[in-house]
Ligand binder design. Structure first.
Ligand code: TRP
Length: 332
């Protein structure tokens, strides 16, 4: 099939509220992609089932995630926005890819090791085969590039290995995708433990700034951010807390570290923390207003879900049919 533009595919879980880490590391960069790529954005509700979910919350977050993508600037006319479970080809291809993914490969996945330590009472097979479903997401659309945070790089690499293996057996089936790891803000850290990634499912609410936090909450969280015992605002090894705040400030203002150091020379950490809180709250205000407008109109969101699922299903069916034919499954 001839492609008009290269394809970009990305997914975000509806399992928790999105954070400024997700925003700065990924979503904020998405709108620009539609100039050069045919873009698919998928709310991966099936991946969310690998940990226990409260049904009403999963449902609400699925709407919210889609609304947030749009509020962050993704135009549903220029991008295909859809929900994973609305396109059954994802589950179908995932099973097939399971049969081409090795136990050893899945065992080496860092996310599996981390999640199974965290959910020791529920180390289910879905958690283990999570990367095959993710590979299905990506490969169904003959994806060229996958914009992700760097914690997902290993999964994209496994996807490439599986696609290559499949292509070696059945030539010209899948496009081999490249990960695109966002540089700036790719690794926004927790405000409470700045050596760790800011994680939307962190049990400590002060560690994480959510896109939907109100202004007072945002400022309060930054005020409480853990820093070192020095006083000067400068970017240096070991100053993880300050480095993280400087990264956030830099992402929202476009200023580089030298400019930030000059701006806050001779001023203490508390001035700086307040400033980081204010620029964050200012930057998020328009996103939040648009989000609230969309969430007030569920029918509109459902219409978009249907439109996205129709568009996605056409591309997905093409690849799935090709795969089934190559494998010798009987098509009727
Ligand atoms: N695993 C990704 C995450 O947790 C979400 C995801 C699922 C994804 N399928 C994908 C990302 C396909 C990129 C492409 O962040």
């Amino acid at each position: 099939m001839q492609k008009e533009k290269p394809v970009s595919f990305s997914g975000i879980q509806p399992s928790g509220n999105l954070t400024i880490g997700n925003y700065l590391g990924a979503i904020r960069n998405f709108p620009a992609y539609s100039e050069n790529y045919k873009c698919f954005y998928c709310v991966v509700d099936l991946h969310a089932l690998t940990v226990r979910q409260v049904p009403a919350e999963l449902r609400r977050r699925t709407y919210e995630t889609l609304a947030l993508y749009i509020a962050c600037g993704l135009d549903p006319e220029k991008n295909t926005l859809f929900v994973q479970s609305h396109v059954p080809a994802h589950s179908e291809l995932a099973w097939i890819l399971d049969c081409f993914t090795m136990f050893g490969e899945l065992s080496r996945m860092t996310q599996f090791k981390e999640k199974s330590a965290k959910h020791a009472d529920n180390i289910n097979a879905g958690l283990f085969t999570y990367p095959s479903l993710m590979a299905a997401d990506i490969l169904l659309y003959q994806t060229d590039v996958v914009p992700v945070g760097d914690d997902q790089k290993q999964h994209v690499e496994l996807c490439r290995d599986v696609a290559q293996r499949f292509n070696n057996l059945y030539p010209d089936t899948f496009t081999i995708p490249e990960p695109i790891i966002s540089q700036s803000g790719a690794r926004i850290k927790s405000l409470a433990e700045p050596t760790r990634k800011m994680d939307k499912s962190d049990p400590n609410p002060n560690a994480v700034v959510y896109l939907l936090d109100d202004r007072d909450t945002i400022i309060r969280k930054f005020k409480r951010a853990v820093t070192d015992s020095e006083t000067s605002v400068r970017y240096a090894p070991g100053k993880d807390g300050i480095n993280n705040l400087m990264t956030i400030y830099s992402c929202f203002t476009g200023k580089d570290f030298a400019a930030i150091e000059a701006e806050f020379a001779g001023r203490g950490y508390s001035d700086f923390k307040l400033a980081v809180g204010e620029v964050t709250a200012d930057a998020l205000a328009p996103v939040q207003a648009e989000f609230r407008r969309l969430m007030a109109d569920k029918t509109y969101i459902e219409d978009l879900m249907r439109k996205g699922a129709r568009e996605a299903a056409i591309c997905a069916a093409r690849t799935l049919t090709k795969v089934k034919k190559k494998l010798g499954l009987v098509l009727i």
